[in-house]
Write a protein that binds this ligand. Structure first.
Ligand code: GLU
Length: 284
């Protein structure tokens, strides 16, 4: 009788241990390295799986990163491949892309319209207060696109010029700081003109309404043509791109960070960068 009771309590203890382990692994969130299954995903990732659609904010006007073909409406680029790979990993067949700009991407995350932003979104301290960012999957530097006959070669040449930048981007602040380091004063009122989209800035450059187009080199290289050039001499402010999520989606943020780290280590991201011709042409 005594032995029988002992046996039962041992069995009960084993059952409780197993139940506890299963429970804590589902609450702790699946680690990408551990090979998450739909059984142990964090609840905010599970919600996406249950919905059956992954909603991602991407650029539509940045060739090689996030670009939408006007005729086919198909998206392509490094950031599109990343989104598709995330969907495949969590077991969701449908990916819904929403075109975002530097000015709209944060609001769309906050409102819950999209689950994540993968859109040349530079990680910085101020933004980290508003959104979660993964480990960077790409690093670039800011540069300038100018007309070939512009005569602009250095920061000093910019003091009487107007530079086109995207609203909500880091570009204006970064250029003001880089010029100041070289003793050149640029001001937002005198030297900058803000636009909602990159094609609008390129049109303004072509039409002579701005003298230079300033943003990350990776974005600018998508706007190269016979009449313009990227300035080799002006490259500054390394821009690290991370996948952003709503601040409250901590399970999703950790899950994505695990994925990015895994894909950085195993060469998946390098492969995607070269498949998309997205290699940075210079160091930040
Ligand atoms: N990467 C920069 C930023 O996050 C440039 C603008 C953009 O990505 O749209 O501000």
């Amino acid at each position: 009788m005594k032995n029988w009771k002992k046996g039962m309590s041992l069995l009960l203890a084993v059952i409780m241990c197993v139940a506890f382990a299963a429970c804590s692994s589902s609450e702790g969130g699946g680690s990408a390295e551990g090979g998450s299954t739909p059984d142990n995903l964090p609840s905010d990732v599970q919600a996406i799986v249950d919905r059956g659609v992954l909603r991602v904010g991407v650029k539509s006007d940045v060739p090689n990163f996030g670009y939408q073909d006007v005729l086919t409406e198909e998206y392509s680029g490094l950031e599109i491949d990343l989104a598709n790979k995330i969907a495949e990993t969590i077991g969701v067949d449908d990916v819904e892309f929403t075109a975002v700009t530097a000015a709209t991407r944060g609001q769309l995350l906050d409102s819950g319209d999209i689950d994540m932003v993968i859109a040349t979104f530079t990680i910085n301290d101020e933004r980290k207060e508003s959104w979660n960012f993964t480990t960077p999957y790409y690093t670039d530097a800011v540069s300038l696109l100018v007309k070939k006959d512009s005569g602009i070669a250095d920061y000093a040449d910019l003091s009487d010029k107007v530079i086109g930048v995207a609203t909500g981007s880091t570009s204006m602040e970064a250029l003001i700081a880089a010029a100041a380091e070289q003793g050149v004063t640029l001001t937002s009122a005198a030297n900058f003109s803000e636009y909602a989209t990159y094609p609008e800035i390129k049109t303004a450059l072509d039409a002579g309404r701005v003298d230079a187009f300033c943003v990350d080199g990776s974005i600018l290289s998508g706007y190269l043509d016979d009449s313009v050039e990227l300035l080799e001499s002006i490259r500054f402010a390394p821009q690290e791109y991370g996948i952003a999520t709503k601040l409250s989606n901590t399970g999703l943020a950790e899950y994505l960070d695990d994925l990015v780290n895994t894909w950085l280590e195993d060469g998946t991201i390098d492969q995607m960068i070269s498949d998309n011709g997205a290699a940075a042409s210079f160091e930040g």
